[in-house]
Design a protein. Sequence first.
Length: 487
Amino acid sequence: MPRSDYLALWRRALPRELRQEATLPEDLVAFIAARLRPKDDAERVLLDEFVRAGINRREAALALAARCAGVLRQPADLAMTCVLFAALESSEAAAAVLAQTLRDRAEDFGKRLSRMRRRESRLAVAMRRHAIWCRRAALAWTDEVNVAFLREPQFWADAFKAIGSPLTLRHLKSSETVASQEVAGASLIVVAKIDPVGRDGAEFDEDYRRLTEPLPLRGEHIEPRRLRQQLIAEFPHFEAAIERIVGDLQLRRRAGARWARFRPILLVGPPGIGKTRFAKRLAKLLDTGYGEVAGSGSSDDRVLRGTARGWRGAQPALPLLVMLRCVCGNPVMLVDEIDKAGGSEHNGDVRRTLLSMLEPETARAWFDEALLAPADLSQVSWILTANDASGLSAPLLSRVAMVKAPPPLPETFDALLGSLLHSIAEELGVATRALPPLSERAREELRRAFAEKPDLRRVKRAIESALSAGAWPRSRSPRARTASPRQ
């Protein structure tokens, strides 16, 4: 590869293509070292750390990128080449920088195209093609990030500014730092005081005392526009729901409430299109914590309401347990398949219990029968899902925004495949790049099955089978499976 091409690699090649070149990282080091001219002693120290393969090599590359970037909102190719090296060396911060920069580049092409009069000119066609490629590359780099880059308080431009030395990148990787920043910000005392009455009173006070102390309200670091981009890239068929949620976040920002919270929303659509996975992914990107109630098969409301003190195994309501587990006052709660929830007057009904939790006034002082005290659930964000909303009561429907969740279209397969691989990697506790690659045959088989029936559960199971096998089956016919090899 000609050395002049190195400067354009970050905007012309996908991660999997770059990783096929075993000597590329060292070639980039030599190329960057030959191009950089240290301006001061600090820059010389960084360059030395970068060239001699020290333990902080990736961080040194990012620090050098910060110094050689001319205008941060218009990244210089040499700066992004430094970032590319760090990403190839498994820096999640660098992969996040590349993903966001490529997204911004695609947006810029889109704006320029909208101002062009001749939309079918050769230049317009080339710009449209490159914008599509940038979005594809951005999604590929996003898959390289094990911890969602939207957790960071600022995006790549501010991250560059914050890097003063190779050792100061810790704030981009430490969830403890993010948590401490949020504790110093907005917080909520969920329970004023736990009633110590009864023989279990002292035990309850000790177990759930954290609820009487300020809990951080998270999501302050998230830019709603960036959240929208990430969710649309992964769930393009949920655009209506995403716009609703992001609109609420933006409105709260204008009103001065910067932590994440949105009004209750009901997603109505056929099974297997990713409604539950969408809720989990949203909670992870918001970094607010997540709890889930399965409506299907429930015969009472105990899992949601909790159980009264005095009963064996008594515990508070589920939202309070989620707050305690996540150390967060504004978790995302999912009530899955609310249309299938059962219950009765005697045993309680999830749908009726939800009414007081969804109503803002009653949620602020929701009485918990285990703590024997009012609890503030007003900052919980609720997502309900249903296959059919016709059987839901009018009081419940009046408390939620009902949004249709349509099946994904065939042309969204590539985006959804990346999202499903990311989900599988998270479940396995590994980075997406650690998964074995899918063969082209496997991808085509998956694409064909998805076009026939866009059931994401079915597609995900097929992906897991293909990854487990290491290769796509040569044939599905019984004859091919039972035939013995020719001697």
